[in-house]
Design a protein around this ligand. Structure first.
Ligand SMILES: [Zn+2]
Length: 201
């Protein structure tokens, strides 16, 4: 709808959204670390998990802490963030549907390239993260690292017997041949559901 004919000049920074300066995931690298290669700074923080930080079946509940034990290092091409990420995760057991409580501990190594670097000119911003407006956003890299570590089919414990055990206990006092038949359609539905789940893994 605009009548402005001035062509929009593409700069490297157009390729990435500037990090939200108020986000706890954003690091103002200009302020935090010298651009001189070799300079290092520890970056240790507990950052609250945003919504949907995980898979559908397991993840870090929103607001719960994600512990970052990182080191920022000035390199020629940008800033290298490396170290460990850990968090408690909560999910649903894929066999018995009971709660799953677990802990993830992953290594992270992520390069954030300067907008005027060779890396910036020779790589895609989907492959190598960028420093935008002198800031980096740690969230996408941390999210990717944690997601890779999460199981597609979490278990409450290694040898979870599934729904069979509690269900059989519940029905044990019911005379055989009465109510037991009525549960069969439900079992069939459950089996279908689990068969569907296993194809995803
Ligand atoms: Zn279970």
């Amino acid at each position: 709808m605009t009548t402005d004919k001035t062509p929009v000049e593409k700069t490297p920074q157009d390729r990435a959204t500037p990090p939200d300066p108020t986000s706890p995931w954003t690091i103002d690298v200009l302020r935090e670390i010298s651009r001189r290669p070799g300079t290092m700074k520890p970056w240790v923080r507990d950052v609250p998990a945003p919504d949907d930080f995980g898979l559908e079946v397991i993840g870090v509940p929103a607001g719960e802490p994600i512990h970052l034990d990182l080191r920022l290092e000035s390199v020629v091409e940008g800033v290298l963030a490396s170290g460990g990420v850990s968090a408690d995760v909560v999910g649903e057991c894929s066999r018995c549907l009971g709660p799953v409580h677990d802990h993830v501990d992953v290594d992270l190594t992520e390069l954030y390239a300067y907008p005027d670097s060779v890396t910036d000119e020779t790589t895609d911003s989907d492959d190598v993260s960028r420093i935008v407006d002198e800031k980096i956003d740690l969230e996408p890299a941390v999210r990717d690292a944690v997601l890779l570590e999460l199981p597609n089919a979490p278990l409450c414990r290694e040898d979870c017997p599934g729904v069979a055990s509690p269900d059989e206990q519940a029905w044990a006092f019911v005379p055989a041949g009465t109510a037991r038949e009525r549960i069969d359609p439900r079992w069939a539905a459950l089996q279908e559901r689990f068969a569907g789940d296993s194809t995803d893994t």
